[in-house]
Every structure is written in C-alpha cells, then in structure tokens.
Design a binder for this molecule. Structure first.
Ligand SMILES: NC(=O)c1ccc[n+]([C@@H]2O[C@H](COP(=O)([O-])OP(=O)(O)OC[C@H]3O[C@@H](n4cnc5c(N)ncnc54)[C@H](O)[C@@H]3O)[C@@H](O)[C@H]2O)c1
Length: 248
C-alpha cells in the first residue's frame, strides 16, 4: 500500500524558523508549500528541498491580503489535491514603544501576525474538515506570554492574540480529527533579531537560564511532532521553547 504523502503549507517558509520547519518536514516525507512574500528566497528553498529528494514548491503570498490567502489554498489544492498541515509561521517584528507607534505600523503588524493567521486557518480548515484530519500550528512568541521585554506592544499583542485564536479554533474543530496548537519560541537565531544591538544581545543571553539563544531546528522539531499522528491528543496547547526564560 502506498504511504500517504502529507501536504503542508509553511507561511514564511523561505528563511529562519520557517525554513527549518520545511527541512524537518522534508526529512519526514511531508510535501511543503513554501508560502512567502519573498518569492526569490522561497524558490531557492524549494529548489534545495527538491535537490535533497523531497518535494516542495514556492508560492508568493502577502499574508496581510486575504484574497492572496484564498489563492494560496486554491493553488495548493489544484497542485496536490489535499492539505493536511498549516504552519502559520510568517511574522514581522516591531520594537516601536507604545507611546511612539503609529497607526500604520500597528495595523501592518496585526494584519500579518494575527489577521493572516485567522484567514489562513479558516481557508485551510475547509479541506481539512472535508478530509477529517488536519494540523494547524501557529508560531506565537515568548513576547505573547510575558508582554515582551525589548519588544514593542504591537508584536506582543499580536502574539498573545495568536494564543487566544489557537484555543478558540482548537475547540471548534476538536471533534473533526484536527488539532490546533501554538508554539511560543524565545529568542532564536534568525534574521528577525538582527536589529538588536550588541548590548541588547548580551542582556538577552544573560537572561536565558540555558545561557544561549534557541536554534531554528529546535523549534522545527516540535512543530514536526505536533504535525504528526502521535500528537493527536494535544490541542489548544501552547508549547514554550525558550531555554527556561518563561516557565508559566
Ligand atoms: N527569531 C526569534 O527570536 C523569534 C522568537 C519568537 C517568535 N518568532 C516568530 O517566529 C516566526 C518566524 O520568525 P523568524 O525568526 O524565522 O523570522 P525571519 O524574519 O527570519 O523569517 C520570516 C519569514 O516570513 C516572511 N514574511 C514576512 N512578512 C510576510 C508576509 N506579509 N507574507 C508572507 N511572508 C512574510 C519573510 O519573507 C521571511 O521569509 C515569526 O512569526 C516570528 O514572530 C521568532
């Protein structure tokens, strides 16, 4: 009997944590649709996956545009005929303090980090409900748990809201073979943190009990587990991966 080939959409899968998730999926034979605003880097990532013998394609999408999300799901269904896993990973950082942030920046952060998660999940749930199996994993953040230390209010609020949305959706589809979970990484070695000064990085490292930053692969390993059959009884959970910085 041919083994079922699961199909995943990984938003923001071109680089950083998303790219590591795509690699973890490839290692398990899961097909990745790398959905990223940066098509050039996404295509390079898809080429690398195919060169390793696994399957991936790149699709350009801006997660703040709902019509582009609808097209992303349509194109995935046309190409592979199924959608099993959605990883809401794409996100942007915002460090502007609460008393300085402009409305446009607030809207942009919330549109990508929160609105995109709802609409991508809503569209992905249609084929998942029809199949009676699905996994949605959204990348929240330590800032969504503790309010953010050197991070702005738009980012912290968007990532906290992702947790509320995760629990809401988890209840709605719990009887349909679909789990919805969030992963909340602490500071992880990717491009998103390159704006931090050397002093800020020293302070962050010192504040982490384990004494170092996280690695994208360490986040990806948990996402791959949550996407598996073995994780069927985990839903509405928030998994903290932060070297002990937040222990609940
Ligand atoms: N790196 C960290 O320290 C850290 C900590 C906690 C949470 N996170 C979260 O993890 C996720 C991945 O972060 P990362 O560190 O890998 O970031 P990154 O900047 O390295 O990668 C983000 C990816 O998302 C894509 N993207 C950005 N805006 C998009 C949009 N509008 N539509 C589609 N794609 C878009 C980018 O092109 C990029 O490929 C984010 O949600 C981030 O908030 C990161």
């Amino acid at each position: 009997m041919e083994r079922l080939r699961r199909v995943a959409i990984v938003t923001g899968g071109a680089r950083g944590i998303g790219r590591a998730i795509v690699a973890a999926f490839a290692a398990k034979g899961i097909v990745s649709v790398i959905a990223d605003i940066d098509l050039e880097v996404a295509e390079k990532a898809a080429d690398e996956v195919r060169a390793s013998g696994a399957e991936a394609i790149a699709i350009k999408v801006d997660l703040s545009c709902t019509d582009q999300i609808v097209q992303l799901i349509d194109q995935t269904m046309m190409r592979y005929g199924r959608l099993d896993i959605l990883v809401n990973n794409a996100g942007i950082l915002s460090n502007t303090p609460y008393d300085q942030i402009a409305e446009a920046e607030w809207d942009r952060v919330l549109d990508i980090n929160l609105k995109g998660v709802l609409f991508a999940s809503r569209e992905a749930l249609k084929p998942m409900l029809a199949q009676g199996w699905g996994r949605i994993i959204s990348i929240s953040s330590l800032a969504g748990r503790n309010g953010g230390v050197s991070i702005g209010p738009a980012y912290a609020a968007s990532k906290a809201a992702v947790i509320g949305l995760t629990r809401h959706l988890a209840r709605k589809v719990a009887r349909n073979g679909i789990t919805v979970n969030a992963v909340a990484p602490g500071t992880t070695e990717t491009d998103i943190i390159k704006g931090f000064s050397e002093d800020e990085m020293v302070a962050i490292n010192n504040a982490i009990p384990v004494g170092r930053l996280g690695k994208p692969e360490e986040i990806a390993a948990m996402v791959a587990f949550l996407a598996s059959d073995s994780a069927a009884f985990i839903t509405g959970a928030v998994i903290d991966i932060n070297g002990g910085m937040y222990m609940g």
